[in-house]
Design a binder for this molecule. Structure first.
Ligand code: FAD
Ligand code: DLZ
Ligand code: SF4
Length: 508
C-alpha cells in the first residue's frame, strides 16, 4: 500500500529525507495553502519564490515518474497543510504518512497532531539537510553555562573538516578572522550585481496569482527576478563565489547608499527553501580558497555564517521553544512606527534599509542588526511587532532562523541566551560602516538639538533606562563608565532629548 509523502514549501531538496524513502507507487503531496501564506503578511516575493519553486520542483518529480498531488492555490478548498493531507487521504488508499521535520514550532505541532487525527502512523524524519541535528545541538548545550556561537562553530569545523588541517587544527592558525572583516567600503568600488533571472511561464502565472490574492502584502510583483529552481540557485551562488566572495570578507559589515547587495551572496532565501545545499556551498567556498581565488578571511568568514551562525540559531530555536517566543527581557512594548511599512523617514539609514527591504525582500545582516534592529532595540519597540515584521518582510524568513536573530540577537529579549551583550550602538557606528550619514537630514555628530541623530540620545537613554537589568553586564562596563562621565546635567539633557524623540517616534 502506498505512503503519503508530504513535502513542505521550504523542503524543495532532491535529497530530502522523506523523498529518499519514496517508491514509485507512493503519493507525494505538495500544497499552496492560505494559512501558510498569511500567518504573517509575507512579502509578495517570498510567496512568489515559494509557490513558483514548489511548482518547478513538482514538475521535476513528475518527470522522474513520481505520483504528485499538487494543490495549487485557490484550485481546491484546502486552507492548511492538514486540510491538504485530509484531502489526499480521501483520494487514495494510504497506509502511512511520511514527512521531514519542519522549521517552525507552530507547524510542527500541526504535524504532530496527524497520527491521532488521521488514525494512521506518521513518520516525522530528521531533517539531515542541516549539519547539526536538533539532538546533537541539545547534547552540545547540556551542562554549558553559556551557549556561545564561537565554541559551537569550532565543533562544526571539526565535525565537517572544513578549513581544518591534518593536525585537526584550523588552517591559518586561527579559528576566526572576524577582526579583518569590518572595513568600511569606498563608495566608488566596482561591483558586479547578483544574477537575476527571467520569469518563465510558471513564475508569470504565480506573479499574477499573488498580485490578485495578496495585494495587501508588502512588495510588488513586477521586480521579482529571483531563482526558482535548484539549477538557477546554484548558478547564482557560483556567480557570487566567482565575483563577490573575494570582497565579502573585507566588506561584510559595510553599507552604502543605494547599494542593496554589495558583496553578499543573496542566497539565504534559496538555501532556506531547500534549493541550495549547505555542504555543497561550503565546499565551493573552501575550493575557491584552496585554489588561491579568495583570501582565507573571506572563505572563513562565509563558512562561519553557514556552519556557525546558521546552525547555531537553529539549534537554539529548537532547544528553547516554545517558551523562547514569549521572552521580553527589556519589556519592550512600543508599537512599530508606520515607516517600517513604507520607509518614509528622514533617518537615511532606516530609509535605506527599509526601502530596499520592501523593494527586494532583502537586506543584509548589518542592515538588519545594526540599523533596523538597533533602532528597535534603542527605541524599545514591541518584540512581537518587530519579530512579526522580520518574519513577514524577508524572503528568507522562517521562524527557526528569524526568531533567534531578531528576538535574541537584535533585541536582546532573551536576556543574553544568544548574545553576551546587546548589539546597541549610537550613530557613530553607522557612520563608521556606511556613507548613510553624509546623506542624512540628521547630524550624526550631534546628540542634542533639532538636527541631532536620533540614535545618539536613544543610545544613552537605553543604557540609563535599562541600568538595573544591564548595568552588571561585564561587556557594558565601558559604556556605563562613559555614561557616568557625562555628569548629571548632560545626562538629564540626553534623557529629555530621548523622551522627545520617543514621543515623536512616528515623525522621525
Ligand atoms: P550573506 O551575508 O551572503 O551570508 C551568507 C549566508 O550565511 C546567508 O545566506 C545565511 O544563510 C547565513 N547567515 C549569515 N548570518 C546568519 C545568521 N545570523 N543566522 C542564520 N544564517 C546566517 N537569516 C535568514 O536566513 N532568515 C531570517 O529570517 C533572518 N532574519 C534575521 C533577522 C535579524 C534581526 C538579523 C540580525 C539577521 C537575520 N538573518 C536571517 C541573518 C542574516 O541577516 C541573513 O541570513 C543574511 O542577511 C542573508 O543574506 P545573504 O544570503 O546575502 O547572506
Ligand atoms: C512560508 C510558506 C508559504 C508562504 N506558503 C507555503 C505553502 O503554501 N505551503 C507550504 O507547504 N509551505 C509554505 N510556506 C512555508 C511554511 O509556512 C513553513 O514556514 C515551513 O514549512 C516551515 O518549515
Ligand atoms: Fe542614521 Fe543618524 Fe546617520 Fe542619519 S545621522 S543616517 S539617522 S545614524
Amino acid at each position: 500500500m502506498p505512503k503519503l509523502i508530504v513535502i513542505l514549501g521550504d523542503q524543495l531538496s532532491p535529497a530530502l529525507a522523506s523523498l529518499r524513502q519514496a517508491k514509485p507507487d507512493d503519493l507525494i503531496l505538495m500544497a499552496e495553502v492560505n494559512r501558510e501564506a498569511t500567518y504573517v503578511k509575507h512579502h509578495k516575493h517570498k510567496i512568489i519564490l515559494l509557490f513558483s519553486a514548489m511548482r518547478h520542483f513538482a514538475a521535476v518529480l513528475r518527470q522522474q515518474g513520481f505520483n504528485v498531488c499538487y494543490l495549487a492555490y485557490g484550485e481546491t478548498i484546502v486552507n492548511s497543510i492538514t486540510d491538504a493531507v485530509d484531502y489526499a487521504l480521501q483520494q487514495t488508499a494510504i497506509t502511512k504518512i511520511v514527512v521531514t521535520e519542519c522549521g517552525e514550532y507552530r507547524l510542527q505541532q500541526e504535524l504532530l497532531s496527524w497520527e491521532n487525527r488521521f488514525n494512521r502512523p506518521v513518520s516525522i524524519l530528521e531533517d539531515d539537510r542541516y549539519i547539526c541535528s536538533i539532538s546533537m545541538f541539545a547534547q552540545w548545550a547540556t551542562d554549558r553555562q553559556q551557549l556561545r556561537m564561537e565554541y559551537f562553530y569550532r565543533l562544526m569545523r571539526r565535525h565537517t573538516g572544513l578549513l581544518i588541517d591534518q593536525q585537526q587544527q584550523p588552517v591559518g592558525g586561527q579559528w576566526n578572522f572576524d577582526k579583518e572583516n569590518r572595513k568600511a567600503c569606498p563608495p566608488d568600488i566596482t561591483q558586479i550585481p547578483p544574477l537575476a533571472f527571467e520569469r518563465d511561464e510558471i513564475t508569470e502565472a504565480v506573479c499574477q496569482l499573488v498580485d490578485q490574492n495578496f495585494a495587501d502584502h508588502p512588495g510588488a510583483v513586477e521586480n521579482f527576478r529571483y531563482a526558482v529552481t535548484g539549477k538557477n540557485a546554484r548558478s547564482a551562488f557560483l556567480h557570487f563565489v566567482e565575483h563577490q566572495l573575494a570582497k565579502f570578507g573585507d566588506y561584510q559589515d559595510a553599507m552604502l547608499v543605494d547599494q542593496p547587495f554589495l558583496f553578499h551572496s543573496i542566497c539565504s532565501m534559496y538555501l532556506n527553501a531547500g534549493l541550495l545545499d549547505v555542504r555543497w556551498m561550503c565546499q565551493k567556498v573552501e575550493a575557491a580558497w584552496k585554489e588561491g581565488r579568495v583570501n582565507l578571511n573571506a572563505a572563513e568568514g562565509f563558512i562561519r555564517q553557514l556552519i556557525g551562525w546558521r546552525e547555531y540559531v537553529r539549534g537554539l530555536y529548537w532547544l528553547k521553544m516554545p517558551e523562547y517566543v514569549d521572552n521580553n527581557f527589556l519589556q519592550a512594548e512600543r508599537p512599530l512606527p508606520a515607516y517600517f511599512w513604507h520607509s518614509n523617514t528622514k533617518m537615511r539609514c532606516m530609509q535605506q534599509a527599509i526601502s530596499q527591504t520592501l523593494e527586494y525582500s532583502y537586506a543584509h545582516h548589518i542592515q538588519r542588526l545594526m540599523v533596523t534592529g538597533n533602532f528597535a532595540l534603542l527605541a524599545g519597540l514591541s518584540v512581537k511587532d518587530v519579530t512579526d515584521w522580520y518574519l513577514a518582510v524577508y524572503c528568507d524568513a522562517y521562524e527557526w532562523v528569524e526568531l533567534p536573530n531578531t528576538l535574541g540577537m537584535a533585541l536582546f529579549a532573551d536576556g543574553g541566551i544568544l548574545a553576551s551583550k546587546p548589539y546597541a550602538a549610537s550613530g557613530a557606528y553607522i557612520n563608521r560602516m556606511s556613507n548613510y550619514c553624509k546623506h542624512c537630514h540628521y547630524n550624526v555628530k550631534e546628540s542634542l538639538g533639532e538636527k541631532a541623530c536620533p540614535f545618539n540620545a536613544l543610545y544613552w537613554d537605553f543604557l540609563d533606562r535599562n541600568a538595573t537589568t544591564l548595568g552588571q553586564n561585564a561587556r557594558l562596563q565601558l559604556a556605563y563608565k562613559n555614561w557616568q562621565a557625562k555628569g548629571p546635567e548632560q545626562q538629564q539633557a540626553l534623557r529629555l532629548k530621548a523622551q522627545e524623540i520617543l514621543i515623536h517616534v512616528e515623525q522621525l
